[in-house]
Design a protein around this ligand. Structure first.
Ligand SMILES: [Cu+2]
Length: 123
């Protein structure tokens, strides 16, 4: 009778161990790991507009990253895609900012001060 009880207890313990080992890698955890590989966490980048310059002048980012231009000058500026003007921030007042999600590379400039040029490179 006691031997039978020992066998039942040992079996229960073994089953418990197996269940615990399996719970260390749940389907949710596996799915999370897979999703992280497909969609790496996107980064946030900042281009400061200061003393009539875009800093940095050229910024390289991954597609899906977010870029914010912040006007730290005391005059208005804008960020406008060179030639096509397809993308533009519109005029940014001092302390104003403009945010986009990177899709493709483009050169840009400030239409108020055309000497101000920059480039966003998306890899
Ligand atoms: Cu400007």
């Amino acid at each position: 009778m006691i031997n039978r009880l020992k066998i039942v207890l040992k079996t229960a313990l073994l089953l418990n161990t197996i269940i615990l080992l399996h719970s260390c890698n749940t389907p949710e955890e596996r799915a999370g790991k897979t999703a992280a590989k497909i969609n790496p966490v996107s980064k946030v980048h900042t281009v400061v507009i200061q003393q009539m310059k875009f800093i940095p002048v050229e910024l390289t980012v991954n597609a899906g990253d977010t870029i914010t231009w912040i006007n730290r000058d005391i005059v208005e500026h804008n960020v406008t895609e060179d030639v096509s003007k397809k993308r533009t921030s519109g005029n940014l007042a001092p302390a104003g900012s403009w945010k986009i999600v990177a899709v493709e590379s483009f050169n840009y400039y400030c239409t108020i001060h055309p000497v101000m040029k920059g480039r966003l490179s998306v890899r």
